[in-house]
Design a protein around this ligand. Sequence first.
Ligand SMILES: [Zn+2]
Length: 146
Amino acid sequence: MKENQISPAEWEIMRVVWTTHPITSTEIYNILQEKTNWKLPTTKTLIGRLVKKGMLTTQTKGRKYEYSPAVTEKQSIKETTDALLEQVCSTKVGQTIEVMLENSVLSQDDLASLEQLIEEKKKTAPEVVACNCTPGQCDCRHEGGK
Ligand SMILES: [Zn+2]
């Protein structure tokens, strides 16, 4: 996993901090109690990792540490989805997005903006997407291959 990527457990913390900040580790712990069974030290370890990764900033308030997000939720979602799509052959990105669409509950507004995006993409889409894989990692034909 890349250094700037957020693990599923770290996502739980980030979502709390995006919603409320600045916030203390105890407050984060209390909010997540309903969803996770993490102990306070676990929560603090996860927070520490996020600080190290540059995802959270620290301020001191009296003797307490308070945390705020250093990245936006939108930016993190983009990095996570980019990382996912980089893992598959470029010719399978379409299928991957199709699976995501199929498995998602989307509003009329969501679908309208997706439709608009697809119309926009159609204007410049290539006939065929070229494979970018290491030979042996997919069945695609490669330049220089046979
Ligand atoms: Zn490929």
